[in-house]
Design a protein around this ligand. Structure first.
Ligand SMILES: C[S@@+](CC[C@H](N)C(=O)[O-])C[C@H]1O[C@@H](n2cnc3c(N)ncnc32)[C@H](O)[C@@H]1O
Length: 358
């Protein structure tokens, strides 16, 4: 942990950071904090410090915002594709994809691989888009370092934007989802060119060292960050918050399914579910207690949670309070549209931001 003096000096003003973060290449992701950026920016500005962990990074947006605020940032997620995205957009300080690289990836294939064409035939995307994904990978396979991360993040974002609702639980003929949006009709090859420009524009330097890890939060080695930001899956009252089910195609696309088992009997050709103790109401309390204890040496623990998940805010406050005696709770109205009459309004959802300090 940094000294108390360092903790008192906040990072750069969030105003410029928010402007930069607004241009982040946006992946539609369950629980993404893109819309909460002003609230989170204000919290991080109040808390201060210089080192930051985004322990459940997902789309990578919060780690990117923290970097824009001047922190040295580490991100982590137990899925692989979030670390690819964070390396490309946040860890990377200066590398961009050149016009020649983009032209090569969008040009004729470098080999005759066809894994995506055959595995996902009649499941995801039209034939020419699947041919492009294999062909793009035939070039990306020979890239290394941040160039490879950028090309993969671009391919992942392209696939996510083209898939209706951005989730891979729906497959086959999805024409009834077509609401005329350009993203749904743009060929993946064109998406790639446009998304590459977005990622190139997102790269910036702070001169600090940042990392992106893939793994379970409990396996992280360093814990004494100035700020630990926790945005675990929200454990719903029924069912569970399963990220593998929704994003299995993006996860496989991030490493071309190498060494992965595909559940051939499933309609969407899923990969096996990666269980999370945070995603289920029976295991969430113990998981939170262990997580807070793990990060008890951090300067501050900041956690996002939702009012329509378990456990409730009073219990979370109690659990966090056992390692950080000063707990503040900020509430943000989430913009879910449930209608305007009084019974519907009662269903509106609050996003909580818990801030635990010594
Ligand atoms: C609510 S999302 C995070 C959203 C992110 N803050 C954003 O703005 O996009 C929760 C993330 O936790 C990850 N996750 C679930 N269980 C995990 C675990 N045990 N360790 C690390 N990451 C986990 C999921 O893969 C998912 O990306």
């Amino acid at each position: 942990m940094s000294t108390a003096v360092e903790m008192k000096s906040p990072p750069r003003s969030p105003v410029a950071a928010l402007a930069r973060a607004a241009a982040y290449p946006r992946l539609r992701y369950m629980g993404s904090k893109y819309k909460l950026a002003p609230h989170l920016g204000a919290v991080f500005n109040d808390v201060g410090g210089t080192t930051f962990l985004d322990a459940f990074s997902g789309s990578g947006f919060v780690g990117y915002l923290a970097k824009a605020m001047g922190y040295a940032v580490d991100t982590n997620d137990y899925l692989h594709f979030p670390s690819v995205i964070s390396r490309a957009s946040m860890v990377n300080e200066s590398v961009t994809l050149t016009d020649d690289m983009i032209a090569a990836i969008c040009g004729p294939a470098a080999d005759d691989r066809n894994f995506i064409q055959t595995t996902f035939k009649d499941v995801f995307f039209a034939e020419d888009d699947r041919v492009f994904l294999d062909s793009a990978w035939s070039h990306i396979d020979s890239l290394t370092g941040f160039e490879r991360d950028l090309a993969l993040a671009t391919l992942i974002l392209s696939a996510a934007r083209k898939q209706p609702r951005g989730v891979f639980t729906i497959s086959g003929d999805l024409s009834h989802y077509n609401d005329g949006r350009r993203d749904l009709s743009l060929p993946l090859r064109e998406h790639f060119r446009e998304r590459a420009a977005e990622y190139n524009a997102a790269v910036f330097s702070t001169g600090r060292t940042n990392h992106a890890y893939t793994g379970d939060v409990f396996d992280l080695v360093k814990t004494d960050y100035d700020v630990v930001y926790l945005d675990p899956p929200y454990a719903p009252p029924s069912d569970d918050a399963d990220y593998t089910k929704r994003y299995h195609f993006l996860e496989g696309l991030s490493d071309y399914w190498v060494g992965r088992k595909i559940m051939q009997e499933t309609k969407t050709k899923k990969i096996p579910k990666q269980k999370s103790v945070f995603a289920n109401k029976r295991t969430i309390e113990d998981a939170l207690e262990r997580t807070f204890d793990k990060f008890k040496d951090a300067g501050a623990i900041v956690m996002s949670y939702s009012s329509n998940a378990l456990p409730g805010d009073a219990r979370i406050k109690e659990l966090l309070g056992s390692v950080k005696p000063n707990v503040e709770v900020r509430m943000v109205d989430h913009q879910y549209h449930f209608g305007t009459h009084s019974s519907a309004a009662r269903r509106s959802v609050q996003e909580y931001i818990f801030i635990g300090r010594d």
